[in-house]
Write a protein that binds this ligand. Structure first.
Ligand code: NDP
Ligand code: HSE
Length: 436
């Protein structure tokens, strides 16, 4: 049978990896898909640049429109990134009746509702496995493998760059900026790395995971997002002393009042498997009512791990080319007319346990004042440690773990604590999850 012609937009980290994997495994991939899959055209900004892949036999252009409008191309793979040109090209490809594969989580999280509706109308597929957790087939696992379940919650380390930074800081005492520069060099980081370290990239991915887990529309603007830039080496060490690891987690949880959608640094018991996921690896824990907890693990970024997901999507698209568009797996797991508009909970209503680090004057009565504030608000303390006075100003670090409490109460408590004359710096707060 005639091979399927693919047009590639972007020849960077993921685009280059995709060319390499498709070429190296061409024969096996054709045996799986039932047809050959060949990249015939590709677009990049600079077509004379040295690449990680061999582009022999691929017609190169600097104009992605030439690829998207080419009548011989069956599937467009968008690996440019962002939601400017990439969105224009994806919309145009769908309009031209082409199937689309993308690794672009920003595009799907922010414009997926519109893109999927357009694709539905045109009878084409938009596949996006590579958009979440790199090489881990988490979209397929939740959308298809767990289709029998009512998903109760999921929690994941879903940004490779952030996890790489936290691991290197903890294990080797390396500097934040230095590790970030290395992640950029290795091709893990986003074009704008603040997306990685401020949690925006993880929020994009969590938006997608929550939609396919709970059957709700994509709602990126409702995700509570906190990055990893405020975490100090001291916090990492204190957490370890208390038996916890700090991980940058995305959490989506169904509660009676609505859905929690949040990305923030989180203390997790060190004995949990997910607490031991290090470096660029990602992991997602999904709790279904029938299956119980399930855990998925693999490389979260990088050329070939991500290409693995892109090529798997290509195989999926090729296998379903001749199937009835109304009988394909729905883009967001649930039938488009069966999505529910369950409210997303404001952060003030979310309940978690807390890690608090206070910088207090080393004098009698301060700890009593702090515990009184917490007690008055019914916040129970689970553990307290007080460190040696610092040499500079004789203040001491006090670390407290609390039991579960609503965020709005903790906000009140922190405001009162920070108002005490003996508290010399803003309170560092991190949420804790037992992930039981
Ligand atoms: P890169 O920056 O490495 O590659 C982007 C590619 O797009 C480059 O080849 C670039 O051309 C091309 N490009 C940019 N602008 C234009 C333009 N105006 N016209 C034509 N080509 C253009 O990005 P990545 O490969 O890292 O990321 C691609 C996508 O994959 C993003 O959405 C990212 O979020 C996602 N992703 C990335 C992962 C990773 O590990 N890197 C993992 C999972 C998803 P040129 O090379 O000439 O500059
Ligand atoms: N910048 C992203 C990360 C790429 O580090 O996880 C994979 O989505």
């Amino acid at each position: 049978m005639k091979p399927v012609n693919v047009g590639l937009l972007g020849l960077g980290t993921v685009g280059g990896g995709t060319v390499n994997v498709l070429k190296r495994n061409a024969e096996e991939i054709a045996r799986r898909a039932g047809r050959g899959i060949v990249i015939t055209h590709a677009a990049a900004r600079d077509i004379s640049k040295a690449r990680i892949c061999d582009t022999t036999g691929i017609t190169l252009t600097t104009d992605p429109r030439e690829v998207v409008d080419n009548q011989d191309i069956d599937v467009v793979v968008e690996l440019i990134g962002g939601d400017g040109l990439a969105k224009e090209m994806v919309v145009r490809a769908i309009e031209n009746g082409k199937h689309v594969v993308t690794a672009n989580k920003a595009l799907i999280a922010r414009h997926g509702n519109q893109i999927f509706a357009q694709a539905q109308k045109k009878g084409v597929m938009v596949a996006f496995e590579a958009a979440v957790a790199g090489g881990i087939p988490i979209i397929k696992a939740i959308r298809e493998g767990l289709a029998a379940n009512r998903i109760e919650w999921l929690a994941g380390i879903i940004n490779g760059t952030g996890n790489f930074i936290l691991t290197e800081m903890r294990d080797k005492g390396r500097d934040f900026a230095d590790v970030l520069a290395e992640a950029q060099k290795l091709g893990y980081a986003e074009a704008d790395p603040t997306y990685d370290v401020e949690g925006i990239d993880a929020a994009h991915k969590l938006t997608i995971l929550a939609a396919i887990a709970f059957g709700i529309p994509l709602q990126f603007d409702k995700v509570y997002t906190e990055g990893i830039t405020r975490i100090t080496r001291e916090d990492v060490a204190y957490a370890e002393q208390l038996g916890y690891r700090i991980k940058h987690l995305g959490v989506a949880r169904r509660t009676a009042a609505g859905i929690e959608l949040r990305v923030h640094p989180t203390l997790i018991p060190a004995r949990r498997l997910i607490a031991n996921v290090d470096g660029v690896m990602n992991s997602v824990l999904v709790k279904g009512d029938a299956v119980g907890p399930t855990l998925y693990y693999g490389a979260g970024a990088g050329a070939e791990p991500t290409a693995s997901a892109v090529v798997a999507d290509l195989v999926d698209v090729v296998r379903t080319l001749t199937s009835d568009p109304n009988n394909r797996v729905p883009h967001l797991a649930f039938q488009p007319d069966a999505l529910h508009d369950i409210p997303i909970l404001p952060m003030a209503q979310v309940e978690t346990a807390y890690y608090l680090r206070l910088q207090a004057q080393d004098k009698p009565g301060v700890l009593a004042d702090v515990t009184r504030i917490l007690g008055d608000l019914d916040i129970s303390i689970e553990a307290v440690i007080q460190k040696e006075p610092s040499e500079q100003d004789s203040s001491v670090a006090v670390i407290m773990l609390t039991r579960r409490v609503r965020e709005e109460k903790m906000n009140q408590a922190i405001a009162h604590i920070e108002a005490l004359a003996a508290i010399s710096a803003p309170v560092m707060r991190m949420r804790m999850e037992s992930l039981k």
